[in-house]
Write a protein that binds this ligand. Structure first.
Ligand code: CDP
Length: 236
């Protein structure tokens, strides 16, 4: 693992070019990744968006999510477009499928409850992680997901695994939903977070786990700013 990339004149130290940020559901990866990318002038790429988009399309078309062949074909063909944010409503980017803005639809309870089934399919992972790798290898990127440091970009210059207890993560997700004006139930959210973690970490292909060379940060006792400062220090 390379922490420091020394410029040719050996006087300047550049931050790591490929930053992999993995961790369980609602551990704060997106908030951290977005902030980090902004401050470094890097691309922020939240790979969960791709798995969510496939799940959203399948649900819209009443597809049987247990039909691995059909869902894999969908992942191979789907045109997911990610653009700079068109609204100032907390979104890090616009997500478009065709010309429909699905940025918040993809964060809905239906998608949350089903995305781990879709993302466990080997063919779906192959189709999406090839695209993620191609984009990530261009560098100057903060890539967020579950398997970035282990599978998608094992050569990443800095790998961070952001963790927190299920209770703390459920509380954060609950606050997020309430802030967006959505109805929410903490106990329900906690159950779903635990179930999603279980499926994500026990699947056969690219299970959620820290890479051997990842720096693990437990954020239970840290707020978003403290986590950001800690990772920024690692970048230096
Ligand atoms: O924001 P949150 O942490 O709740 O989820 P997300 O990052 O949007 O990811 C949604 C789901 O996509 C996860 O629960 C995983 O099942 C899947 N995922 C994955 O398998 N691999 C990735 N690199 C990113 C997401």
């Amino acid at each position: 693992m390379t922490f420091f990339l020394i410029d040719n004149d050996m006087t300047k130290i550049s931050p790591p070019s490929i930053i992999a940020l993995d961790g369980p559901a609602a551990s704060g990866k997106s908030t951290l990744g977005n902030k980090l990318a902004n401050s470094l002038g890097y691309l922020f790429f939240d790979t969960g968006i791709m798995y969510r988009a496939i799940t959203w399309i399948a649900l819209q078309h009443d597809m049987d999510l247990r039909n691995e062949v059909m869902i894999t074909e969908l992942a191979q063909k789907a045109q997911i477009d990610i653009r700079p944010p068109s609204k100032n409503d907390g979104r890090p980017c616009d997500v478009l499928i065709g010309d429909k803005d699905v940025t918040w639809d993809m964060r809905g309870g239906d998608v949350d409850a089903n995305v781990s089934v879709v993302s466990a399919y080997a063919g779906v992972r192959k189709a999406l992680s090839e695209q993620q790798r191609r984009i990530g290898l261009r560098g100057k990127v903060v890539m967020v997901g579950r398997d970035i440091g282990t599978v998608v970009l094992p050569e990443a210059d800095l790998k961070v695994y952001l963790d927190a207890s299920a209770e703390e993560r459920a509380r954060r997700r609950y606050d997020e939903l309430i802030a967006r004006g959505e109805k929410s139930n903490y106990e329900e959210i906690l159950k779903k977070v635990i179930e999603r973690d279980r499926i994500d970490s026990t699947r056969a292909v690219a299970p959620l786990r820290p890479a051997d060379d990842a720096i693990i940060i437990d954020s239970d006792q840290m707020d978003a700013e403290q986590v950001f400062v800690r990772v920024l220090e690692l970048c230096k």
